[in-house]
Design a protein around this ligand. Structure first.
Ligand code: PLP
Length: 430
């Protein structure tokens, strides 16, 4: 690597950050560093690597597509992988989610969802429906719309004045052996009902991370809550947007969170695992009913949104190959969930750990430690200790979580849990 890197890293205090680790190869759950070390990637490199690094079936699908058509303008043109992927997703998504809009990443999938929701109402003559209801602790991405519907935090602090106003309702997060969850769910629904009673006609949609709030701390909510939420939102005639950027494609233990919860959102955002972690691609899927609002005679009915790489054929080919693999290897998802369940049960006797939670292949636990410095210092120290032991884990404050690639081996998972226990106990020791 060059003496001085010119790369500006994301979410990184460049003044104090240690130099980045140079990765030269990824295979399965392992990242091979230039200095010869190997790391077990327990977080799928920001939750994207679905099957494993270097998965040959996806690499080959991309290579074959590159040989045919690498890219074409998406307005006025289409191509086989784009059409096939849209049809494959529509076949698998529950309810009438029939239309697929492509973009590039989770944030853009959310931006598109917000714009579609607002314009849906406008095209129907309700131009006053421009507000959103979101959840405390939410994270939907780093573009301005996505930041606006996310929790206000140090991530958004510098841009506070530029974010549009959103009403927030408590996310009724739960964990194992949580006696108070029903009460918290009822409180959240009551907060929502009060907002809707006061002015349902000013809202375009409710946006939620279903089943798991990711960056907010791997906070899990129950399927029952999502069903009650849907009922209430329907009663007042708003749209529901599911941000499934993290939870889809087996992460939550089902192909989609809406499928697992038995709910039918109007708009669903997908990204991250969509291409198996190979290429940036995102989808905003919506119902025919929402789509129909954009069918008016007037040109103003158009959804004026698009990106240079919209529906990139390489990304679509990767996503098709990834979907095939996922369905062929679904038992891996179940194996990982069972492994997490047993490991979290075993960790219950560790006094330094608390609030274990599990949703499909996502497992999390909190350290009983003073977070100090808003959690940054603790998270950085934890990260350093995990790396030292050969595990890529990236805690969120005092929350340590795993979102592993599905090829991860039982002994690698055991090693990661052992490492978490060891580090937590060492840090908690007086
Ligand atoms: C639920 C959710 N939505 C949206 C995003 C933003 O996705 P991206 O980083 O691809 O823009 C994330 C990223 O972590 C996410 O977890």
């Amino acid at each position: 690597m060059a003496e001085r890197s010119h790369v500006w890293m994301p979410f990184t205090h460049m003044q104090s950050a240690p130099p980045p680790l140079l990765v030269h190869r990824g295979r399965g759950a392992l990242l091979e560093l230039d200095d010869g070390r190997e790391l077990v990637d327990c977080i799928s490199s920001w939750w994207v690597t679905l099957h494993g690094h270097g998965e040959p079936a996806i690499a080959q699908a991309i290579a074959a597509q590159a040989d045919e058509l690498e890219q074409v303008i998406a307005a006025g043109f289409t191509h086989a992988p784009g059409e096939e992927l849209a049809a494959a997703l529509v076949r698998r998504l529950p309810g009438p989610l029939d239309r697929v809009f492509y973009s590039d990443n989770g944030s853009t999938a959310v931006e598109v969802a917000l714009k579609v929701a607002v314009q849906h109402w406008r095209n129907r003559g309700h131009s006053g429906r421009t507000r959103f209801i979101a959840f405390s602790g939410a994270y939907h991405g780093d573009t301005f719309g996505a930041m606006s519907v996310g929790a206000r935090s140090r991530f958004t602090q510098a841009f506070g004045d530029l974010l549009f106003a959103v009403d927030f309702v408590d996310y009724p997060s739960t964990c194992r052996e949580d006696a108070g969850v029903e009460e918290r769910e009822a409180r959240s629904l009551e907060q929502l009902r009060l907002l809707l009673e006061a002015g349902a006609e000013s809202y375009a949609a409710v946006i939620v991370e279903p089943l798991v709030q990711g960056a907010g701390g791997m906070r899990v909510c129950r399927e029952q809550f999502l069903r009650a939420l849907q009922e209430l939102v329907r009663e007042y005639g708003l749209l529901t947007i599911y941000d499934e950027v993290l939870v889809a494609f087996g992460r939550c233990g089902a192909l989609f969170a809406c499928q697992k919860a038995g709910t039918e959102p109007d708009i669903v955002c997908l990204a991250k695992g969509l291409t198996g972690g190979f290429l940036p691609l995102a989808v905003t899927a919506c119902t025919d009913q929402v789509y129909a609002s954009f069918m008016g005679e007037m040109p103003e009915a158009t959804l004026f949104h698009g990106h240079s790489y919209t529906a990139n054929p390489l990304g679509c080919a990767a996503a098709l190959a990834s979907l095939d693999l996922l369905e062929a290897r679904w038992d891996e998802v179940e194996r990982i969930e069972a492994h997490h369940r047993a490991a979290l049960t075993a960790l219950a006797d560790e006094p330094a750990l608390t609030r274990a939670r599990l949703c499909g292949t996502i497992a999390a636990v909190d350290l009983c430690l003073d977070e100090g410095g808003g959690g940054q210092l603790l998270a950085a120290e934890l990260r350093r200790r995990f790396l030292e032991r050969g595990y890529l884990l990236r805690p969120l404050g005092s929350t340590v979580y795993m979102v592993p690639p599905y090829c991860i081996q039982p002994e690698q998972l055991d090693g990661a849990y052992h490492c978490i226990r060891e580090v937590a106990a060492a840090l908690a020791a007086p």
